[in-house]
Structure formats: structure tokens, C-alpha cells
Design a protein. Sequence first.
Length: 126
Amino acid sequence: MIIGIGVDMVRVHRMERWRTNPRLLERFFHPDELAVALSKGSSVNQSLAVRFAAKEAFGKALGIGLAGLALKDIMVANRENGRPELEVFGTALRAFKESGGHRIHLSLTHEQDNAIAMVVLEDISL
């Protein structure tokens, strides 16, 4: 059963400004996630933007926004085949468990200056 859906869009050009502040990036992104995004060459801003959109979409799916969540506790990772997954730790894991969720579904897309993420939270026990 679906217990939450969240969608968010981030303008890619916002990341240009963020990249000039490493402390900001370290606050918003998990270290492993940041390393992957920064390795993307010319698409680094799209990679950061779509990952930030996923964090916002996760908060919306929970129904709490980002209140009480450390953003670096929410990480976009990719399977070997490229499929994105959302991994949660600490504050995000606690909020996810409290929501009754058991599975997180993630879809990402970006083109030119728009990055969009959709998160669906599912309770598989019902």
C-alpha cells in the first residue's frame, strides 16, 4: 500500500552558486553521494540538483517536509545498472520507520535547467 508520494523540481543553475560553498554541499549531501556527483564532469550541476530534488521529494512523501531531517542522512545511490535508489540513515531513517514505510521507490529526471524527482513510500506489510 502506498503511504506517501512526493515530487520536487530544482533549477539546475542553483547548484552553480552552491558549488562555491563546500560547507553547504557537505551539509546537504552525504559524503559518498557528493563524491559521485562531483565526478560527473559537465553534468555535475544536474547531478547535484536531481539529488537535492530527491531529498525534498522524500520529505514531501513523509508529509513533514524537511523539518527534523538532516539532508545528508538522505542519499541517492545507483545500482550497477544505473537505477537510482534512496538510502536513508539517522534522522531520515527514523522518520521513515515512524511513517510505517518499508520500501522507497525513486524516479529521477533532468534536462537542461530542470531536475525532477519523485518518491513513493510503500508499506509492504498490508
